[in-house]
Design a protein around this ligand. Sequence first.
Ligand SMILES: [Zn+2]
Ligand SMILES: [Zn+2]
Length: 160
Amino acid sequence: MFLRVAEVVAERGTCLRATVGAVIVRGGRIISIGYNGAPPGQPHCEDVGCDVPLKSAGCVRAIHAETNAIIWAAREGISTDRAAMYCTHSPCVSCAVAVVVSGISGYYYLYDYRDPAGLKILYDSGVEYDKVDLNGTRYPTDAEDSESVSGSADHSGHTD
Ligand SMILES: [Zn+2]
Ligand SMILES: [Zn+2]
């Protein structure tokens, strides 16, 4: 359900290169949302085009959905500690770092971002993550094992 919301949120994005939506959930409720777009006061990609430096595959004008959602929560004084993030995509490196530092302990997504390095950061930092489909069904990597929560379940002992 939250991933469906993330897809709807993504429709608000204004970056031409990516439509990404993220929602942060705590206690079963959405506490923040974010999408790809220009920071307040900056021109939107859909108006002036994306800003893609040489040697970079990504647009640097837009703030990413995940980081956008985390920063908005910070601005509003909403704790993200032990919250879960539901995002249309797996995170880039920068967003993965923001997820870890924000205390988010679970990350669930629909599509793989082109760079898997962000997932490695989640893994190394003990953030549970999983790729799921819109019906909430996990992809069958560990479907045989009903005890397994996710591919990173071994790291769930991180919290104390
Ligand atoms: Zn852009
Ligand atoms: Zn990102």
